[in-house]
Design a protein around this ligand. Structure first.
Ligand SMILES: [Zn+2]
Length: 230
């Protein structure tokens, strides 16, 4: 991908987070990676979405060394980089403090799959990380947050599980590119909200039956997918 196109797409992903109300004030950030160039474009730290332009995005290598940009990158950059390094198949990461997903993260619960909206996006519950240890927080808080996410996904395919909750913090989502990651952040907020409301109305609501869950997930993922247009 040309770097100008990467910048435009990452800008669009950040604006999508802001437009959907997922990232109030400056909470939240999206990034994208150009694998061939080995470069990541990410939102600069503390810049409001109204002021954000493609030229303001910061380009770094996969070790976080700034290659282009006048501004400091988002402080969550090391979390994004940890995910890019661990998972070569992903091309974008989005983070928000969206209300319902963050509520689940704070409660410390993985989100159970109570309906097909969830099953369309996740093959199981939305995973949640362990608490970071004091040592991990001291050693490199943002990088260790990424490591905790990778750990929470152990045994899962990040191409099939597009997000996780960081315990006590909020959701991180990813996808094939920055916009896909932002779209997953929007979907996760909807899933989190529906699950919360379902359990309010019916505390004994049960997870979706496996066959129905599988049916919905496999309509959209993997070799037998048939949802949408070819
Ligand atoms: Zn955050």
């Amino acid at each position: 991908m040309r770097l100008a196109a990467l910048r435009e797409q990452v800008l669009e992903a950040n604006l999508a987070l802001a437009r959907s109300g997922l990232a109030p004030a400056t909470f939240g950030n999206a990034s994208g990676v150009d694998r061939a160039a080995g470069l990541v474009a990410i939102k600069p730290s503390g810049v409001s979405y109204e002021r954000l332009t493609a030229a303001m995005l910061v380009l770094t290598d996969l070790d976080g060394v700034v290659v282009e940009g006048e501004l400091r990158p988002s402080s969550d950059l090391p979390t994004h980089l940890a995910l890019y390094r661990a998972w070569p198949a992903i091309g974008g990461v989005a983070h928000a403090h969206s209300e319902y997903a963050t509520t689940w993260a704070q409660a410390g619960w993985p989100i159970p799959c109570l309906g097909t909206t969830h099953a369309d996006h996740y093959p199981g519950p939305v995973p949640i990380t362990a608490w970071l240890t004091e040592a991990a927080i001291a050693a490199g808080y943002e990088r260790e947050t990424g490591a905790a996410i990778v750990q929470a996904l152990e045994g899962m395919d990040p191409a099939e599980v597009p997000g996780a909750l960081v315990r006590g913090h909020g959701p991180f989502c990813w996808g094939a590119h920055a916009l896909a990651a932002a779209e997953e952040a929007v979907a996760l907020e909807r899933i989190a909200r529906l699950a919360y409301q379902t359990l309010q109305l019916e505390a004994a609501a049960r997870p979706l039956e496996r066959a129905l869950h599988e049916k919905h997930f496999r309509r959209k993922h993997g070799p037998s997918a048939y949802y949408g247009q070819p």
